[in-house]
Ligand binder design. Structure first.
Ligand SMILES: Cc1cc2nc3c(=O)[nH]c(=O)nc-3n(C[C@H](O)[C@H](O)[C@H](O)COP(=O)(O)O)c2cc1C
Length: 382
């Protein structure tokens, strides 16, 4: 058991054994031929770090990082993950609580499998809310109202889902919600009794934030409702409306072009998240680590830039920060940890990543992550 805790890659392998294939593939997969998913990860493998030596990095090193007016214990957090409950029931609340304990931000997703109110309670000081702009404006406005009433101050507006991503693994697995078991799926479920038992006890995962907006809340009508709500109508005018409505901070998520980043800043975004949705939307999208530089150059050194996509280790976190991100987010690594070890996974994965980050900092001679500006020359993107 201890062996799987050696790395996120090992957690992924254990999660792959414990989850039915359709569930694992939903989490692990990407759009089309998965080139952008692969590029995200490969960009970190290709990037190298040149150590600086004789710097006395004895003992624990400082990872505290300031973002959005507060100090976080670590410079990384949990990206929004919709339908995470397919990996394991209870995952949203466990990760929210894990983040609260770890002093890391947790992002509650619009299509989460727990309500935004429950997740705020689980992570009262660290949670952010992620908004999808669906077809009906009254629902968007109500979600914003609920998020504010629940105490959220930071909103991530996701901009990179103008159309649903075409995910071939989901198509091949006939994965849809609610689960409509085919013979293959039934066999798959039968050989994963731990997962099946957990789902049998808690029921099929649900879009908990959205149930109240449909009269008929059976699973099938909810899934149909979700599909009907997906829309590509988000544009800059609507972004302006959200900016006017939301009193707190806004980070625009899904930025890859420097021009879009500058436009977001001009229209009052407090931050951008350089992201390609974990390679789940456009197979031809660039690696986010490579897109970051131009965005940072366009926005200048003082604008807040977050980065996600392909980060799998402490060394990757360090590379993202040295490449110019103020903070990084991860999606799949947290789901793999829970898929592998359930609640214990949510409790331990933050420490695993922090320990790896501290080790990587020590290896290059950096004692305090706040001093990384003097170490940017150590990074070579390859
Ligand atoms: C299973 C899954 C569900 C996701 N759901 C959402 C979502 O609801 N909202 C959103 O903005 N991004 C969503 N994302 C994208 C993540 O927020 C994040 O951008 C991405 O996972 C980062 O890449 P990584 O998984 O390689 O760390 C999802 C990603 C995954 C893997």
């Amino acid at each position: 058991m201890a062996g799987s805790w050696s790395s996120v890659d090992d957690l992924r392998l254990r999660a792959r054994r414990r989850l039915p294939r359709f569930a694992f593939d939903f989490i692990d997969g990407g759009a089309g031929n998965e080139a952008s998913l692969g590029r995200n990860v490969e960009a970190y493998r290709q990037a190298t770090l040149v150590p600086r030596i004789l710097r006395n990095v004895d003992g624990d090193l400082a990872t505290e990082t300031t973002l959005f007016g507060r100090t976080w214990r670590v410079p990384f957090g949990v990206a929004p993950i919709g339908m995470a409950g397919i990996a394991w029931p209870g995952i949203d609340g466990w990760l929210a609580a894990g983040a609260e304990r770890a002093g890391a931000p947790y992002t509650a997703s619009t299509p989460a499998t727990a309500t935004l109110e429950e997740l705020r309670t689980a992570a009262p000081t660290v949670s952010w809310f992620q908004l999808y702009v669906g077809r009906e404006q009254r629902i968007v406005d109500d979600l914003l109202h609920r998020a504010e009433a629940a105490g959220y101050e930071t909103l991530l507006v996701t901009a990179d889902v103008p159309k649903p991503g075409k995910r071939l693994r989901d198509i091949r697995n006939s994965f849809m919600l609610p689960l409509r078991p085919s013979v293959r799926m039934a066999l798959d479920v039968a050989i994963h009794p731990g997962w099946s038992w957990a789902i049998a006890r808690s029921g099929s995962p649900r879009f908990c934030n959205l149930e109240r907006y449909t009269k008929n809340s059976s699973a099938s009508s909810l899934a149909e409702f979700m599909a009907s709500q997906s829309s590509g109508r988000l544009d800059w005018a609507l972004f302006d409306h959200i900016r006017k409505t939301w009193k707190g901070r806004i980070a625009l998520k899904g930025v890859l072009s420097p021009e879009d980043a500058v436009e977001a800043a001009r229209r009052g975004a407090d931050a951008v998240v350089v992201s390609n949705h974990g390679g789940r939307q456009l197979a031809s999208a660039p690696a986010t680590l490579h897109a970051l530089g131009a965005v940072r150059d366009a926005l200048g050194p003082d604008f807040t830039v977050l980065l996600d996509g392909g980060i799998r280790s402490g060394e990757d976190i360090l590379k993202g920060l040295l490449a110019g991100a103020d903070f990084v987010l991860m999606g799949r690594p947290f789901v793999f940890a829970v898929g592998a070890y359930g609640q214990e996974g949510a409790e331990r994965v933050f420490e695993l990543l922090r320990a790896e980050l501290v080790n990587a900092m020590g290896q290059i001679g950096l004692s305090d992550i706040a001093d990384r500006g003097a170490f940017t020359d150590c990074l070579c993107l390859g």
